[in-house]
Design a protein around this ligand. Structure first.
Ligand SMILES: [Zn+2]
Length: 389
């Protein structure tokens, strides 16, 4: 007997249902919507700027040649033009700068063999002592690749992003390691600009309510002032939230993680947390750019502990066997690192005469990369955490 199955996708019903249930397909629509948001943001900046320009330009025309009024209006317009320019510059930097991607073949281990051994061992339960620790080695199932600490998989862009904060519909980009500063500057400059616009247009708004402001520009100035007020409030709240996160060296994703380490391991104090994002040069704190050295420093801060295939030296052969105590060099295995107990035994074909990091016990004299937890396990498969999208 022939049985026909009707499905919208043309495939089996179970596949059709799972396709509908795949929420990540809707992330593409966010990207489409985001492109409209770019036009909207630039349009809003232009709209509010035009309202201020028209208000103070008209005041100059009606000043009767009073030099103080003319000077005051010109200074106001110069200041506001500078803030509007910085807002747009920061915005475009946040939109266009890549937040930082994981280099192909990167892994947090000393060599390829060790990375492969770790991958095989991922299915072990109780493998890592503390799942809350963001510094643990992590593997992204979707990218099929290792990811550094603080990196997360972004479902909209479909890849892992370094020190991912969130995907932002306003900047149509993922906010992460290399554009977080630009995103914060956009919030700050836009917030200051909106507050200033609200104050500059407030006399005109009051005149509008007294019926003293007439003409075709009256509704434009009225709407621009209301929008400036609303955006200055919302941006102020957003800036306060990110100010707290910056002070604690915590990303938005990390803030929402249920299980977090206390104290937070990345918190180095306000000054160092701030300089980690904004750099040490005080002038460049206000500019949405990084020097080449600053950019490399940021990348090194999250990638330096790992390695890519191209970063390896000459290969060699090593044998490792060890239990407890400090590591005694390549090929010896065992030891303790970072408060974790290591137990290792293995044969390694490593880049520097062998790190002893391969095989059943997976040693690694003092390299501290291969861990077999002896206490404090939390269950599950720790390396399989792909992080929030
Ligand atoms: Zn990924």
């Amino acid at each position: 007997m022939r049985q026909e199955v009707i499905s919208f996708s043309g495939g089996p019903p179970s596949l059709a249902i799972s396709k509908w249930l795949d929420i990540f397909q809707y992330c593409r629509f966010l990207r489409l919507l985001g492109n409209i948001m770019v036009i909207l943001v630039i349009g809003l900046v232009g709209f509010i700027y035009s309202a201020v320009l028209l208000t103070y330009g008209r005041r100059v025309l009606h000043s009767g040649g009073n030099p103080l009024v003319v000077l005051g209006c010109v200074l106001v317009l110069l200041l506001f033009t500078g803030i509007a320019g910085m807002t747009l510059w920061s915005y475009l930097a946040a939109v266009t700068v890549d937040p930082g991607r994981v280099p192909a073949g990167w892994h947090p281990f000393t060599d390829e063999l060790q990375a492969r051994a770790e991958l095989e061992r991922m299915s072990y339960s109780n493998y890592y002592p503390d799942r809350r620790d963001p510094r643990r080695p992590r593997y992204c199932k979707r990218c099929q690749a290792w990811k550094p600490e603080r990196a997360h998989h972004c479902s909209v862009t479909g890849r892992c992003v370094l020190k991912m904060d969130h995907w932002c519909i306003w900047v149509v980009n993922c906010v992460g390691l290399l554009n977080y500063k630009f995103f914060l500057l956009f919030i700050a400059w836009a917030g200051v600009g909106c507050l200033l616009a609200f104050l500059l247009l407030l006399p005109s708004l009051l005149a509008f309510f007294r019926n003293d402001l007439r003409g075709p520009m009256a509704p434009v100035i009225f709407i621009a002032d209301i929008l400036s007020f609303a955006f200055s409030l919302s941006l102020g709240g957003f800036a306060a939230m990110h100010g707290q996160l910056l002070a604690a060296n915590c990303t938005t994703i990390e803030m929402y993680e249920k299980d977090r380490l206390h104290p937070w391991p990345y918190n180095k104090g306000f000054r160092r947390n701030f300089e980690e994002v904004f750099g040490r040069n005080k002038l460049r704190w206000f500019l949405p750019l990084y020097t080449k050295a600053e950019r490399q420093g940021l990348l090194d801060s999250v990638l330096a502990s790992g390695s890519t295939p191209s970063s390896h030296g000459s290969s060699g052969l090593g044998l490792g066997l060890g239990l407890g105590g400090p590591g005694v060099g390549p090929g010896s295995g065992g030891g303790s690192a970072g408060g974790r107990v290591l137990l290792g035994m293995g044969l390694g074909l490593g880049p520097h005469g062998g790190h002893g990091g391969m095989g059943g016990g997976g040693g690694g004299g003092g390299t501290g990369s291969v861990l077999i937890p002896l206490m404090g396990s939390h269950g599950g498969s720790p390396f399989l955490s792909s992080g929030p999208a």
